[in-house]
Design a protein around this ligand. Structure first.
Ligand SMILES: Nc1nc2c(c(=O)[nH]1)N[C@H]1C(S)=C(S)[C@@H](COP(=O)(O)OP(=O)(O)OC[C@H]3O[C@@H](n4cnc5c(=O)[nH]c(N)nc54)[C@H](O)[C@@H]3O)O[C@H]1N2
Ligand SMILES: Nc1nc2c(c(=O)[nH]1)N[C@H]1C(S)=C(S)[C@@H](COP(=O)(O)OP(=O)(O)OC[C@H]3O[C@@H](n4cnc5c(=O)[nH]c(N)nc54)[C@H](O)[C@@H]3O)O[C@H]1N2
Ligand SMILES: [Mo]
Length: 764
């Protein structure tokens, strides 16, 4: 297709547009100020010319006729879908006025600041929340911190940092860099990276490594493109990853496949781990996980005895009550096998040049805001008293307690929310009925988004229009290199960069900040100092820069004193060693050793219940065409994944009288939703796979329809409860007991507020 254009610009990508966790290089073609084409940038070291379908379809996103282009205020009742255009001054004055009123009457903790998944807005949102004075920052709908936080924390408890599989991404020359080695095996664990490119890690990197000799071990209940090319495929029971990891540790120790020198020199608590892992015998692990013991043995041997090898893990690990313990067990695997921060192993993933864009953990907040502030925010932060991880590690609130508190006003009232980049009711929240009720209970909700969706329609009082990625300046340091995202044209209408919206509000709430910053780019310059470039200079330099030597450059950083803030060799843990036995968890009254906990509702935990709901719904496997609940309104993408489906083994479907293409109902005590049956021969007969985030934009937007969210959203069936001892690890999104039947003609699927026993455990 030939396209007329008059300039091509280079930038790097983050939301909004493709959605995603970002970081690709893009070439953007303009005719005047209109984006007419986007393609991958072949010079970009990470993406090397590749681009996902959502980036390629960006022209239909940024120029979409239904984009929100002006600030809106609700007129009429919530849910009536009546909004009126207002000026930015009116919008920001209203927010300032309302939030100041809440602060005066109830304290700043009465407003919750909400984000969805990891986007570049996390930094300015944190800046805003802390400038206002609220300790309550949240990924609200993600019951129990269902995304990444448990993995990060479990890993930090063990080796003091977060690691990722080494696919040469930390070097500009990538696979040609002589320091790098190709992993002999890569364990792809509960992740489908070729679809999702999650968390700054790319699926094509794995394929590139396969071309250079890496073999795969895939651990997944579902067959995937990667599993079909794997040496070993461990087709497991959803939610059983902790038992697999402990079973592997046991095999490695019993067979002496571990690295004795590393264990001797760098590990703390090996004998205690050995004792704990011994409880996970091959027989027990096979029963718990559905993985035949012989396959587990072979795969474990291959991983542990072929060095270097790497593990890359995905979010389903987080979606279990005691997920941090699973993460701790998996982290122990790369440590005891000598695969920590070695070429081709699991490398420590630091922010580029050690930059923290926003103070995310307790020590960074301490550094940025001082002791007094940390003490104060922990007094009020939701969940900090109940849960040691909430008080001491990543500073988000406990989302299940928060939603409860929004409903009850106990122990103190919550009056408002500021929701930026989250579609709570369209796909994020476990249990949308409860979240809907909680949000309806608020006096004032602000939503910042690009399009209307079930959340804006149902609960927003003010809607602010966000600029797309080609319309805004931003930076990215997750992980190395440091990258600039640059504004290539003015935003359409009056849309604004979230950074600018958040800055303007933050400076209104805390005028002291005006002394330091006059514009967002001042903040970028301050953050980018360790790179030696200002924001403008970074763009001049081409848009990205790698650190040559220092904290973000692998390898063997524990030997060089690059992992600890005191500069001493060792790991960033209290003992300075890899803590196979966590002294921090011990101090907080938690089990210091990893263990396996059953999903709250499962064949082992609630066998009677499985008679009533015999299938396990694994919800939310990613579609390459969509990012969560986004993009159903983008024609090129929708064409290729048109329907809200449920994947099921044809044998099981036929037993239920369901043909390929039939509409069915998926249900349990908590609610029901409808889906189109899609036969998939590779599905395990005990499971169905149900993609999340469906609210077809062609359906009625105003309530009670809310774009059909209550008909299609599978999260109505998900249990929402904290369920863990630490405060992290939750939402049983991947282990939902359900039954399935044909949709009755004209069947009512339940609207807002109706939803059965919302949030409650199922009954027999
Ligand atoms: N295109 C696209 N990309 C995305 C997203 C998107 O919506 N669309 N979302 C982004 C976000 S926020 C995230 S968190 C990531 C998530 O991306 P991933 O971490 O890859 O998560 P999923 O796609 O949910 O599941 C990955 C694989 O794990 C399997 N699985 C499910 N349950 C279990 C289990 O209990 N154990 C094991 N071992 N495997 C299991 C699934 O069958 C699936 O093949 O993707 C990000 N990237
Ligand atoms: N059943 C089930 N549910 C799940 C999951 C699952 O596996 N199963 N996965 C869960 C996970 S891991 C996650 S992280 C959550 C994700 O939850 P969310 O992050 O809430 O997901 P999105 O649907 O992408 O909603 C983001 C909204 O923000 C808007 N947006 C995107 N970028 C920007 C931006 O830069 N600025 C502004 N202002 N708006 C923006 C989009 O238009 C969209 O409406 O979903 C969870 N939901
Ligand atoms: Mo996520």
């Amino acid at each position: 297709m030939s396209i007329e254009y008059d300039r091509v610009e280079r930038t790097t990508v983050w939301s909004p547009g493709p959605g995603c966790h970002g970081g690709c290089g893009a070439l953007v073609y303009f005719k005047g100020d209109k984006v007419v084409k986007v393609e991958g940038d072949p010079c970009h070291p990470w993406s090397q010319g590749r681009a996902c379908p959502r980036l390629l379809a960006y022209t239909q996103f940024v120029n979409h006729p239904e984009r929100i282009l002006y600030p809106l205020k609700r007129v009429g009742e919530r849910g009536e879908g009546k909004f009126q255009r207002i000026s930015w001054d009116e919008a920001l004055d209203t927010i300032e006025y309302k939030f100041k009123e809440f602060k005066d009457k109830y304290g700043p903790e009465s407003v919750i600041f909400v984000q969805g998944t990891g986007r570049d807005i996390n930094a300015p949102l944190t800046f805003l929340a802390y400038a206002y004075g609220s300790p309550n920052l949240s990924q609200l709908g993600l019951s129990g911190q269902s995304c990444y936080t448990p993995r990060i924390t479990g890993s930090c408890m063990t080796d003091g940092t977060l690691t990722v599989a080494d696919c040469s991404q930390f070097f500009e020359d990538r696979y040609d860099d002589p320091r790098w080695a190709c992993p002999k095996y890569i364990i792809v664990w509960a992740q489908n990276p070729t679809t999702g490119c999650p968390d700054g890690f790319y699926g094509h990197w794995i394929v590139d490594c396969m071309k250079r000799g890496s073999k795969l071990i895939v651990i997944d209940p579902r067959a995937t493109w990667l599993s079909s090319r794997a040496e070993y495929f461990l087709q497991c029971r959803p939610g059983s990853d902790g038992a697999i990891a402990l079973g592997m540790i046991n095999l490695i120790i019993q067979n002496e496949w571990y690295d004795k020198e590393i264990v001797e020199k760098w590990c703390y608590g090996f004998d205690k781990l050995k004792e704990r892992a011994a409880e996970y015998t091959p027989e027990r692990v096979e029963q718990l996980t559905w993985v035949p013991r012989e396959i587990l043995y072979q795969a474990t041997k291959a991983y542990a005895t072929s060095r270097p090898s790497a593990i890359h893990w995905g979010m389903p690990i987080d979606m279990n009550p005691e997920a941090t313990y699973t993460a701790q067990a998996i982290s122990a695997l790369w440590c005891i096998t000598g695969n920590f921060d070695v070429p081709g192993g699991n490398v420590a993933a630091r922010g580029a040049f050690g930059i923290a864009m926003w103070p995310i953990n307790a020590s960074q907040v301490l550094e940025t805001y001082g002791e007094e502030f940390v003490k104060k925010i922990n007094e009020k932060r939701i969940g900090a008293k109940e849960y040691p991880y909430i008080a001491n590690t990543r500073l988000y609130i406990q989302p299940d307690l928060a939603v409860e508190q929004m409903l009850t006003g106990e122990p103190y009232p919550i009056k408002g929310t500021y929701i930026q980049t989250s579609n709570l009711l369209g796909g994020n929240a476990a249990d949308l009925n409860k979240h809907h009720r909680a949000l309806m209970n608020m006096e004032f909700n602000v939503v910042v988004d690009v399009f209307h969706n079930p959340t804006t329609m149902a609960i927003a009082d003010i809607v602010l229009p966000a600029a797309c990625f080609t319309e805004r300046n931003s930076i990215r340091v997750w992980h190395t290199p440091a990258q600039a995202i640059r504004k290539l044209s003015e935003p359409l209408g009056e849309a604004r960069n979230d950074w600018e919206i958040n800055f303007e509000l933050a400076l209104r709430f805390n005028s002291e900040l005006r002394k330091k910053y006059s514009k967002v780019e001042d903040f970028f310059d301050e953050k980018l100092k360790p790179t030696g470039y200002t924001f403008e200079e970074l763009i001049e330099h081409g848009g990205w820069v790698f650190e040559k030597e220092g904290v973000s450059v692998p390898y063997y950083r524990h030997e060089k004193g690059l992992l600890r803030t005191d500069g001493k060799p060792g790991f960033a843990t209290p003992t300075g060693k890899v803590e196979l036995y966590s002294t921090q968890q011990e101090a907080w009254g938690l089990d210091p050793l990893p263990y396996y906990a059953e999903p709250p509702e499962s064949e082992n935990a609630t066998p009677e219940l499985m008679k009533k709901y015999p299938l396990v719904m694994i919800s939310g496997r990613r579609s390459p065409l969509y990012f969560h609940s986004e993009h159903r309104n983008i024609p090129w993408l929708r064409e290729n994944d048109p329907d809200p489906i449920m994947e099921i083994n044809p044998k099981v479907a036929k037993g239920l009288g369901l043909k390929n293409g039939d509409w069915c109902v998926i249900e349990n005590d908590r609610g029901k939703c409808m889906r189109k049956v899609k036969y998939n021969l590779a599905m395990n007969e005990k499971c169905v796979s149900v993609p999340h985030g469906w609210w077809p934009p062609e359906e009625e937007g105003k309530g009670p329809s809310y774009f059909g969210a209550w008909k299609y959203n599978c999260n109505k069936l998900v249990l929402s409860q904290p369920g863990s001892s630490s405060g992290y690890g939750g939402g049983a999104y991947k282990t939902v007991p359900v039954r399935i039947r044909k949709l009755e003609p004209g069947e009512d699927l339940g609207g807002p507020e109706v939803g059965y026993g919302a949030g409650q455990p199922l009954t027999v």
